[in-house]
Design a protein around this ligand. Structure first.
Ligand SMILES: [Zn+2]
Length: 428
């Protein structure tokens, strides 16, 4: 018999697994409810259907996937270049679902492309397979964390929130300004952040709005500047010294990073997992940071591609190269030439597609590339205005942390707004 609970859990889990053992019963109900809701949205019904949880294997291609499952190859060939390219971004070990009917025919397929978008294959009213790239639904909730530290920075955070990725993010932020060996019992931490919830579980990555660590009587602040997605202290300064460099000379940025963007002309959702630097063919491409080459070769729509693994869980990807001059296993220094700008693979003109991932999740390279030492002028003025309320809230929270651990939840959980409702109606 088909286990709906398992389906729900697995489905929400391709990104992150969190433990909620105590809330098991509540969760089961929630999952069943979410699943029903999900099924209604996608036309799944709960009778005699079979859902298979599958894992996207290393080296698996979307075309290969269609072939193997005897799905029409036009689903791939009908995609435009950008969408075709995005199919080579499906991450190894991604969990995806195939729903079959009583005759073991494929009814629907859901393959996540990132934490915002998924490929949805379904049958239309005439029984013909169709493909749509649509948003993944999740909820967000605003949270406040106030914590008196006892043991180890990250351990205390996980204990209070159950959110491992939050602890990783805060540790990465604070490592730049604070030596964790100096942390002592009773130091205090206050954090304002937003987390995503899907089917009752943490999902994707959280967003830290502001954080305050007080140690040895000194306060260390971090505030997110929504304008550039980077963190600054209470004076608008940045402590980033050791960032990634822009990998080549370019004429212009022809495409920016986006996990989910509604394209009003094409009338579809788009993702772009990197920055496109348009430039002249043959322009030297440099390693954005030191590391080890883990891939050098052809990679689907990306054409000639180099992937470099760096410390701290980062990887950089350089695509559409005219040619590359490194090999797998080679160690490269920051700034070392690894190849030349080209137009290989699915490319509409000479450019470098530069991708950056952290723990195998694509992130915006612009966030990690250091251009300035801090904000100034009007930018700084806007930033100072924006952080005022966060600062006040943080300090209030931090004062409370001296007494106890507080994890507050915003009552008004909101569902992510999407434009898919109308699309779905259209799709039937
Ligand atoms: Zn690109």
């Amino acid at each position: 018999m088909f286990d709906y609970t398992t389906f729900g859990l697995k489905f929400g889990n391709f990104a992150i697994i969190a433990h909620h053992s105590k809330k098991d019963l509540y969760l089961r109900r929630l999952l069943l409810f979410s699943l029903l809701f999900f099924n209604i949205l996608h036309g799944f019904t709960l009778t005699d259907r079979r859902v298979e949880d599958k894992v996207w294997h290393s080296g698996e291609t979307f075309l290969g996937f269609l072939e193997e499952n005897m799905l029409p190859l036009r689903l791939y060939y009908d995609l435009d270049d950008e969408d075709e390219k995005i199919t080579s971004d499906i991450r190894t070990n991604t969990l995806y679902q195939i729903l079959r009917n009583e005759d073991y025919e494929i009814e629907q397929v859901l393959i996540p492309l990132n934490e915002e978008l998924q490929i949805h294959i379904f049958k239309d009213l005439e029984g013909k397979y169709q493909l749509a790239i649509e948003p993944i639904r999740y909820q967000t909730r605003e949270r406040k964390l106030a914590l008196k530290l006892h043991h180890i920075f990250s351990k205390d955070i996980v204990k209070a929130t159950d959110n491992f990725l939050l602890s990783v993010e805060l540790e990465q932020l604070y490592r730049k300004v604070f030596d964790f060996k100096r942390l002592k019992k009773g130091d205090r931490l206050a954090v304002l952040y937003r987390e995503k919830i899907r089917l009752g579980k943490f999902y994707g990555t959280q967003q830290v709005h502001a954080a305050l660590l007080e140690s040895h009587g000194k306060k260390y602040y971090f505030f997110l500047n929504p304008k550039d997605g980077k963190y600054y202290d209470e004076k608008g300064k940045t402590k980033e010294k050791d960032g990634f460099i822009v990998p080549c000379k370019y004429r212009r940025i022809s495409s920016v990073f986006t996990k989910k963007r509604w394209h009003p002309i094409l009338r579809k959702y788009r993702a772009h997992h990197g920055i496109d630097y348009a430039g002249a063919i043959g322009t030297p491409i440099r390693a954005a940071y030191g590391g080890k080459v883990i891939f050098a070769g052809r990679k689907g729509g990306y054409g000639n591609t180099v992937v470099i693994k760096h410390k701290g869980g980062y990887k950089t990807l350089y695509a559409h190269l005219q040619r590359y001059k490194v090999f797998r296993g080679k160690r490269v220094k920051k700034g070392e030439v690894i190849g030349y700008l080209g137009n290989t693979g699915l490319s509409t003109g000479p450019h470098l597609h530069f991708g950056l991932s952290l723990n195998n999740v694509w992130i915006n390279p612009a966030r990690k590339i250091v251009f300035t030492k801090g904000l100034s002028g009007k930018e700084r003025k806007n930033f100072m205005k924006a952080i005022a309320k966060y600062r006040e809230e943080l300090e209030k929270l931090e004062a409370e942390a001296s007494v106890q651990i507080i994890v507050e939840e915003d009552e008004n959980s909101t569902t992510a707004k999407t434009k898919s409702e109308t699309r779905e109606k259209r799709n039937g």
